[in-house]
Design a protein around this ligand. Structure first.
Ligand code: PLP
Length: 372
């Protein structure tokens, strides 16, 4: 019987919003490789290589480093569910959407949550946070390294030591930072970090790279209460990724092929070169936008190259219509403002494979047409 549903036909878009980002052709080809079993020794070999490559990009030797099945939010829940025990004092830094979400995840895991708040678009003063850690002595402290809702690049290198001196664990959201700016898990003494495949790794959404320190795994292995989520329980998932290789859930096999290729491309390019490429594309965009009277809205001293938060030009009556025209007429996606910045700001992503000077040229040319 003929179905009324023809095969999908999709436009090719230039993805310059807050993610997903452009995907390299070889990653798309890897996704289309033949599916094999999730317990096949050849797939196990691919998993081992993924773990090794994730350790390289996270700059860590953490044994518990894996690709959690699910998007970045699953990675966040994996950390909250495994590392927060009922009654734990959790201090969560909120200066945008994603810190707020993590606070909610900690509450749901039974934590006693206190939020520290900064104005959206501004970074926290790290020294002030270090002092607060001494006062509050959290069991779990959490901060977002790259706030995708505001473009803030949060300095975090001193927090781990302070949190450890006070008996806690430091968790960091690296969804938008990983592979776009340095993320030094071991040097910065981070106990748990999660990311997503669809930002600066330039793979479609679907997996959440996660890494946990030995200190964090000690807590997981000595919990008084079982982890609320069976699916995200690290003692079970960890066994599948290393350990006894016991079946836990059916890994999204082809997504892992895509991640394998994305990581391979990153390491082939080299992390330093990749960071420099992001920085160069950002600087070019900034000059070009400022020449057109489009101002940046994020903290000038702590802004991300890969996520450019700019003010909607005042001359524009309908910002949503301009973004729609960019998408429909020029096939370029940029992001609107999120939360309190909706309608006031745009978020222009220059992530991963898309952080290139030629892409900046295309974005600016299209903006000239829709927002003259
Ligand atoms: N954290 C940050 C900083 C993000 O930017 C995002 C997504 O944009 C998330 C968490 C959630 O990730 P996902 O949408 O992949 O579940």
């Amino acid at each position: 019987m003929k179905t009324p549903f023809p095969p999908l036909e999709l436009p090719t878009r230039l993805l310059h919003g807050p993610g997903p980002s452009p995907v390299a052709p070889s990653v798309l080809e890897a996704l289309a490789k033949p599916c094999i079993g999730h317990m096949d020794p050849e797939f196990m070999r691919a998993m081992n290589e993924i773990r090794e490559m994730l350790q390289a990009v996270f700059e860590t030797e953490n044994e518990m480093t894996l690709a959690c099945s699910g998007t970045g939010s699953a990675g966040a829940e994996m950390l909250a569910d495994n590392l927060v025990e009922p009654g734990d004092k959790c201090v969560v830094c909120v200066n945008g959407v994603f810190g707020g979400r993590f606070a909610e995840k900690c509450r749901r895991a039974g934590g006693e949550v206190q939020t520290l708040n900064a104005t959206w678009g501004e970074a926290f003063d790290q020294d002030a946070l270090v002092d607060l850690v001494g006062e509050l002595k959290p069991k779990v402290m959490m901060i977002v390294h790259a706030e995708t809702s505001t473009g803030v690049h949060q300095p975090i290198d001193k927090l781990g030591e302070a949190v450890h001196q006070n008996g806690g664990l430091l968790l960091v959201d690296c969804v938008t930072s990983l592979c776009g700016v340095p993320v030094k898990i071991d040097e910065w003494q981070i106990d748990g970090a999660y990311s997503g495949t669809q930002k600066c790794l330039s793979c479609p959404p679907g997996l959440a790279p996660v890494t946990l320190s030995e200190r964090a795994m000690h807590k997981v292995n000595n919990r008084k209460h079982p982890v609320n989520s069976w699916y995200l329980d690290l003692t079970l998932v960890g066994n599948y990724w290393s350990g006894s290789r016991a079946y836990h859930h059916t890994a999204p096999v082809n997504m892992n092929y895509g991640l394998h290729e994305a990581l391979r491309l990153i390491l082939e390019e080299g992390l330093m070169k990749r960071f420099e490429r992001h920085r160069n594309a950002h600087e070019l965009l900034k000059v070009q936008l400022e020449e057109r009277g489009i101002e940046y809205a994020s903290d000038p001293l702590n802004s991300l190259p890969q996520l450019n938060l700019v003010k909607v030009p005042e001359r524009l009556k309908d910002e949503a219509a301009a973004r729609r025209a960019l998408l429909e007429e020029h096939h370029i996606e940029i992001g609107g403002g999120l939360g309190e910045l909706a309608g006031k700001c745009w978020r222009i992503g220059l992530m991963g494979h898309g952080a290139r000077e030629e892409n900046v040229g295309k974005i600016v040319e299209a903006l000239d047409a829709v927002a003259p």
